[in-house]
Design a protein around this ligand. Structure first.
Ligand SMILES: [Zn+2]
Length: 276
């Protein structure tokens, strides 16, 4: 410390004697150097560490994990839609978080069902939501306790533009959850029943999901209903969860397959749950 003070004083005096203002400029230089090294240096180090982690994370997510997961019986759902695969994640975050893995047979059936839906609605793209993680049966994909074996996949409903009436391939919900198609008067109101029984989590997503686009993008009942019918007609798909009032409203047949999920889950009038 004494050496540092001596060095500072010597430089300050020398520069002042030589240039008059040099000593004062030197003082500013020492102060600035101190702050740059203390704060900017740390920021640069943080940026370096973050970019190193992100590079590794992306390399694993897109290059290393998919072939390994395949060996363990799970494959990634398509990252984006093409002419052949008109099914995509509603939000790319699903892929970045590795929440888009399913068993190969589920992926295959979903590609077939998408094609069938497209025959009737040519511009349709199906948006998938949460699926499963790439590894380990029993490892839950929170907050879905059952999405833990590669057999489960959530799908977004289909919507249309209120002003033009045209089909859209987006959703009023950012992540696909929480914008509900409420029960109407006279319909069974399962969310109410569950709330009264004390299942607070049943309608929780609605409280945290933004509802800004609900009016602008109403549900496309025709396409959504047809999608569920195609899912129900598929022999490999064994269960579909949807809220009872929608099942009744749309006259969906197949009690063995289109079932009620129970109050311990969350409401399913904002998305479709599909499982093998
Ligand atoms: Zn689900």
């Amino acid at each position: 410390m004494i050496l540092k003070i001596l060095k500072f004083a010597t430089n300050f005096i020398l520069l002042t004697l030589l240039t008059q203002v040099g000593g004062v400029i030197y003082m500013f230089y020492v102060l600035l150097k101190y702050f740059v090294e203390k704060y900017i240096g740390k920021l640069a180090q943080f940026q370096y560490r973050l970019s190193l982690f992100c590079t590794l994370y992306l390399a694993f997510t897109f290059l290393i994990i998919p072939p390994i997961a395949k060996q363990f019986g799970r494959v990634p759902m398509p990252y984006y839609s093409t002419n052949k695969t008109q099914i995509k994640p509603l939000n790319f975050l699903t892929v970045l978080l590795n929440r888009h893995y399913v068993r190969p047979s589920l992926k295959k059936q979903m590609l077939l069902i998408t094609k069938d839906l497209q025959k009737e609605f040519p511009n349709t793209r199906i948006n998938y939501l949460d699926a499963n993680f790439p590894f380990i049966n029993g490892f839950p994909l929170l907050p879905h306790l059952s999405h833990n074996d590669g057999k489960k996949l959530d799908l977004a409903f289909c919507y249309k533009n209120k002003t033009t009436g045209k089909e859209v391939n987006t959703s009023p919900a950012w992540l696909g959850y929480g914008v509900n198609e409420e029960p109407r008067k006279g319909e069974i109101n399962q969310p109410n029943i569950c709330r009264k029984k004390g299942y607070w989590q049943y309608g929780f997503l609605e409280k945290i999901a933004p509802q800004w686009n609900k009016e602008k993008l109403p549900l496309d009942e025709k396409r959504t209903k047809r999608l569920i019918q195609l899912l129900a007609n598929n022999k490999v798909i064994k269960k579909i969860f949807i809220e009872p009032h929608l099942k009744t409203r749309w006259g969906l047949k197949g009690d063995d397959k289109i079932r009620y999920h129970g109050c311990h889950a969350v409401r399913h009038d904002d998305h479709i749950h599909v499982q093998l």
